[in-house]
Design a protein around this ligand. Sequence first.
Ligand code: ADP
Ligand code: MG
Length: 705
Amino acid sequence: MNTNENTSILPTHPVHALPGIGPKRAQVLASVGVETVKDLLYYIPRRYIDRSKILPISQLPLGEEVTVLGRVERFGMRRTAKRGKARFVLTLGDETGFLSCVWFSGTRTMEKIFSVGDLVAVSGKVTLYGEKQITHPEFEILSSKGETNLLHTGRVIPLYPSNAELKNAGMDSRGFRRIIKAGLDAVAPAIRDALPETIRRRGDLLPLSEALHAIHFPSSSDEGEAARRRLAFDELFSMQVRLAQQWQRRIADPDGIAFPCVGESLAKLLQRLPFDLTEAQKRVMREIRADMKCPRQMNRLLQGDVGSGKTLVALMSMLIAVENGHQAALMVPTEILAEQHFLTTHRLFEELGVRVILLVGGMKKAQRELALKEIADGTARIIVGTHALIQEDIAFGRLGLVVIDEQHRFGVIQRKMLGEKGRKPDVLVMTATPIPRTLSLTMYGDLDVSILDEMPPGRKPVRTVWRTSSSRDGVFRFVRDQVSEGRQAYIVYPLVEESEKMDLKAAAESYEELRHGPLTGLRLKLLHGRMKNEEKEDIMRAFQAGEVDVLVSTTVIEVGMDVPNAALMVVEHAERFGLTQLHQLRGRVGRGDHLSYCVLITDEHLSDEAKMRLGAMTRTHDGFQIAEIDLELRGPGTFFGTKQSGMPELRIADMQQDAALLELARREAFALIRDDPSSRESAHQRIRTAFAKNSPDRMRLIEVR
Ligand code: ADP
Ligand code: MG
């Protein structure tokens, strides 16, 4: 008989219900988020030592990161020269030889840690210093001398995240293995697998209790990986179920706005355009039309590489809202972009009798008050603005459609805030930063997605070259050549937030140098974020009108600028830009019929990562490919800049490694919610409680840059 049947410990019980855990340990465990037995079982090893892959000491390669297993032969403080610095030396041995581990600091407590005969794993880089040595290795005592507990000496040994406090309470990897074993033994009969059996089988996933056992005590690396895959699936699945629920709720709610008619204005607008819509634009418009026609709320993400013509799609959608008696708002991340969109929209819509107004932060009081009044009484039909649009005192008369451009610059919260300015207005979010599919499934998983996967005809890829500062003179000669052929150029300097002033100075100084030096005689203008709005607007207008040859600028032009005659983009200190940002900048050129160029200027000495970024820029043009490379180089945590915009924290799954698993989890979650409405609530409920700790609810507010 299994004695466990008699115990009454459940996964939801506090950890101190387990033998060997007193109040002190319980407290330390709580500090790392382990409060219940279940939390403990989900305390996942940070890595494994697979003994079958461990090299004997005699075969350790020099200069490489390795993990070594050995018995403690001897240890103690040593001092070479009379006044030399004392160091702690630990000598490990296996059947083939000896290895010294050396610590120069933190040596005070070392003597107490080890005993001769302990089995120890150390990791670090091997050097040769008389004999093989690792300095300041990471170490784990796997078992003490005489300890024959197989728990600690199996073929695959898990190592747990630990810290000084945990270690002081005996919670090193050994301690964790011991109490996790106790926890598993105690609650094994009570573990219920919330995942429907059919999904488990289809996905070739381990049963939960097996997975929880194998993640801690795998008999091989493969088994450990299979366990991790199951638990990672759970995490992704619960996230996708939540998204599917949001989606389902929206789809089932008829309480949005319907825009039934397409009147004459849209046809007129199309007639006035000097070009035809691309097939992709037509398809996307059909998708948006279908959404807008029906009374449920649209929530659509429009993805399209820079220059694919998203603005026009936004304008057409807004016109549909207006024709049906509603207002439409377009929110963009920068004032310059707001002004540019305002000008375009105003120019196109004025003759159609549609009133367009601008709302940005730096407006004069009287001007702003008038704008607010027109927004409130409905006189203004289309409102273009920055995050000034979501300020508290802004009230819309009849907001029917919200369009958010360059969505990645805004947080989830801001998207919501604008949406709440009306009664369930339709929402279209647009992004030119191609988002790797795994991320878009996560961040925008509850949205419908449209993709503009076609460039307007006649676009030639931008020829991209990478030069070091020594060839700067040649680059400026090329700028002159381009201008003499009638083209315009951008020269961009990086703007790093911490040292905004300094960078500004650098841009301003370079501007003066260029004006009086290599670019003398050309019409130059300096543009930066600290200028007054009117001043910026004037310069923008002049550049757009072809009255300026070269626009010297900080990164304020990064998003959205649209001047087809500009055919050359020079980026100074290109190594200081992220890959996505460089791609955005390059997207400012290649918008007309001319062959366009992007010249990236960097220092001679670059980090490997910078080299990879610049290499990628010269190799490819495809925004999606760039995004994938960017994700690979930076990891999902920093993909969207320093702070995250609504990315759930994943503890087990990994965005890159588990892309296929994410797709599977999404398919299963949406199928579950869509096809099985009767069991929807209960299934969801079960899954939610089962994975409560892994819930991705922690959405954070980020500021608009
Ligand atoms: P993005 O998707 O980067 O926002 P824009 O909307 O700024 O791109 O469009 C880039 C340029 O392409 C603009 O000058 C726009 O007028 C032009 N454009 C848009 N649609 C078409 C089309 N169907 N044919 C030709 N040019 C187009
Ligand atoms: Mg745009």
